[in-house]
Each structure stands twice: as C-alpha cells, then as structure tokens.
Write a new protein. Structure first.
Length: 453
C-alpha cells in the first residue's frame, strides 16, 4: 500500500512538529511526573487541552505506564467538565498547558513497549448524556495486540510523517498520531485545520493523514479551490471516516489524491469495523468496505449492524451496565447503525436505526436519499431527515447546499429515487449544521434549520 518514503526531520511550517525520539523521551518524563503525583496503573487522568504535540506525548506516557487518560473536549464549560471529572473519579486534571508542562518535566521512568491501557473517550452523546468507552484495566498483551492490529492494517513505519487534522480528544485523530509515534514516525500538529496548513504539510512531505468529510469539503469544495495547487505526491494514506462522504466529493478526492491513497473506514468511538480501498469503492459506490482483518460483520432482522471483535477490542460503557449489555451479543457489538451487506460481505450503511424515516408506512433510509441527491449537479452537500406529517406520518425532507435550486433537486430525485423516497420538502441553505465530529445531528436538524412540523 505504501509508496516510496523519505526520512523526515526538523520543524514544519504547517505547525509544530514532533519526532519520535523527542516523543519517547517526553513519554518517560510524563510517566515519572504521574508517579510523582501518586498516580499508578488503573488511575485516571482527565485531559482537557487544545491540540498540541504535548497532548499526544502525555497520552502515550500515561497509557504506557498504565494510567488511563480521559479525553475531554476543551470547549466544555466548567460545569460540564465537572460532571465528567466526578464520574470518572479522575485523580488528576490536566486542563492548562502549565499542568501539562509540569508533567513533561517529570523525572524519567521506564515505560512499557506498548500502551497497557487505552484512552477513555466520550461518545458524542447525540441521544443523551455522553458515555465513557472503557477498555478495561492494564493488560500488556491486549495493548500489544491493539498496536499490532493498527500497524498491520495501516502500515505505520518509522519514515512516516503524519498530519493531525482533527481534535485530539476524538479517538481517530489521536489514534493515528499515537500509532505513528509508536512506529518511530513523526507527527505535525497544526494550530488549526485550514487549506493553507494542509498545503504546507503536503509541501513538507506528509505521508499519512486522517480527515472527516467536512475536511474534504473545505479542501476541495468551491471555497477550497477544488484541490488545485495541492501536491499530494508524498501521501501514501489519506483515510477518512466519521460521517458519510457524498459521492461527488469522494470522486473529487480520488481524482485529487489518487486511487492508491484514499481509504475509507467505518467504526465508532467504541471500535473499528471495516476498511475500504478506492478500487473496492469504485466497484461498489457507497460501500464502507468489508470487515477489517480479525473482525466480522452481521446485520440482524431489524437492520442493525453488528461487528464481532477480538478480545483486545472488548469495551464497556463506564459504569453503565445496562448500556453495555444492550451493546453486546456474545463477542459482537453494535452502536445502533443500520445497514445491509451485499453477497460478498461489503457493508452499506443506512443511518442510525432511530433515524429511519417511516413515511406512509414505508421505511426510508436517509443515507440512501442523500447519496442520490448528492449526484444532482450543483449540490455540494445534503442532509435528509424526517418531519411529522398529518398525511404521511413523516415526510422526507432535504437540506441542500450549492447552486442547485429546490426545483432542480426535486426533478433530479424524480429520476433517481422511487416516489416514497423523494423529498417532499427541499430547503436550500448556506451550510448543513454539524457537530464537532462533522456528523449531522438529525434529531435536532429541523430545529437548527428553523423548521417545524
């Protein structure tokens, strides 16, 4: 999968650059700093910081000494963070660069070769209070298996240069950065994501990055120049996930960065399920791929997607036995996504089971409608949702961004969708409201757009 590589060193104009040797020394100091404050294996430290290389070093230093970082959005208000802090029973709160700097200046101590624990991330909480995803007590074999699985799948190596594009309190951006450093590669953390910093990182020779479709929209959409001027020749891996990627945007990304570079995967904070290279997607547009190695997929009679995982990927929801029990059947878990598998085991997502629109007694999957409307000329972004309707129970509605008119979208739907799937209401909007993960909040979208039933 990887093209020829070159060794990288030094400072990047795209942001702060961290090399693996510096990171390794920093992790040992963090381990000593935590020990000096009385923290040991199984304890939890709340991390609420803006993204910098220090965050990755702190997390790795903690996990390789058995201390669990609880990753919290630094934008939370104090009373919101206090709830998480109390629930996690955090032994230490790192919420200011000074606190992080003090840990990074601790007395060096030995750390395990691989993380003994995994960070605890919070679910997005779209259906209620956020839940902590807990992978259990320190376990050296489980940690080594996790690192080996990620490294084998994505090919992390000591000559990689990884660009962080997302918040480090989210699982995927942190995971890709950490795995790169553990493999001996370097990491760039920009002060914020922008077309300019992305282009500068490409010029620096970045080999890997992870983005969500909202990033691709900024890079390749009308405001980003359609990708002109990007030299992606150094890239061997541009992975995207976190939200559905509209087909026109996906095809533009393939044309810009190349079919050997772009990969998609499906997963959640709770665990990773699939991986999909570009040739597979081109053969089956809309798929998120087959089960990644060591895992398998199934869809139950209700359309829920279940992913069977190895023991090292077993999780529970922190102090929530009921939610944990609902998520698992044997060694397979679900996060409530709906979908279907084709004859060869390729997964096609249809949204959350609770997001299915029932109109006139017939089920409509918002993602299917979005994929169809996304091919309408002049549509740059689209979100489909349901609104209560006296006649239909629910009516299919679409919010679109672009130069296409509502009438043009309706006409396009008439040629691409069965009648019950066509939107009965189309709203042209400047932007689709999304959460920090780049995901559409369908449960609040109508209100966010100022609509009512």
């Amino acid at each position: 999968m990887a093209p020829a590589r070159g060794r990288h060193a030094g400072w990047s104009p795209a942001g702060v650059r961290l090399d693996a040797r510096e990171a390794e020394a920093g992790q040992r100091r963090v381990a000593g700093g935590l020990r000096a404050r009385g923290l040991g294996p199984g304890d939890r430290v709340l991390v609420s910081l803006a993204p910098t290389p220090d965050v990755v070093v702190l997390v790795l230093g903690a996990t390789r000494s058995g201390v669990v970082p609880v990753m919290v959005n630094p934008d939370l208000l104090p009373h919101e963070r206090a709830v998480v802090e109390a629930d996690a029973e955090a032994a230490l709160v790192v919420d200011h660069p000074r606190v992080a700097a003090a840990l990074l200046d601790g007395p060096p101590e030995a750390v395990a070769d691989a993380p003994l624990v995994r960070p605890m991330h919070l679910t997005s909480g779209t259906t209620g209070r956020p839940k902590g995803v807990w992978f259990g007590a320190p376990d050296e074999r489980a940690g080594a298996a996790w690192v080996e699985e990620e490294t084998t799948l994505w090919g992390f190596a000591d000559d990689d240069l990884h660009l962080v594009c997302g918040p480090l309190h989210h699982s995927a951006p942190l995971r890709f950065a950490a795995m790169t450093l553990l493999a001996g590669g370097d990491v760039i953390v920009p002060p914020s994501f922008s077309t300019a910093t992305f282009a500068a990182a490409l010029a620096e020779g970045v080999t890997t990055t992870f983005v969500v479709p909202a990033h691709l929209q900024r890079l390749l959409g009308p405001g980003g120049g359609g990708g002109e001027g990007f030299d992606g020749s150094s890239l061997r891996l541009l992975a995207h996930a976190g939200a559905p990627c509209p087909e026109p945007l996906k095809r533009l990304a393939i044309a810009t960065f190349g079919p050997s570079v772009l990969w998609e995967f499906y997963g959640a904070t709770e665990g990773q399920c699939t991986a999909c290279d570009t040739p597979t997607w081109l053969e089956r547009p809309g798929t998120v791929g087959r089960a990644r190695p060591g895992r398998s997929l199934a869809v139950d009679d209700d359309g829920a997607v279940w992913c069977r995982v190895p023991p090292h990927a077993r999780f529970e929801y922190w102090r929530d036995e009921a939610a944990t029990a609902a998520a698992w059947r044997g060694d397979a878990f679900t996060v409530g996504d709906a979908g279907h598998l084709d004859a060869d085991g390729h997964l096609f997502l249809e949204g959350r089971r609770g997001e299915i629109i029932i109109t006139g007694g017939v089920n409509v999957a918002p993602l299917e409608v979005e994929r169809a409307l996304g091919t309408c000329p002049g549509v740059h972004d689209v979100a489909v949702f349901g609104l209560e309707d006296e006649r239909w129970g629910e009516r299919v509605c679409a919010a679109v961004v672009g130069v296409a008119t509502a009438a043009q979208v309706v006409a396009h739907a008439a040629t691409t969708l069965a009648p019950h799937k066509r939107p009965k209401q189309v709203l042209v909007v400047p932007a689709i409201p999304r959460n920090a993960n780049g995901k559409v909040r369908r449960d609040t979208l109508a209100a966010d757009l100022g609509l009512s039933s």
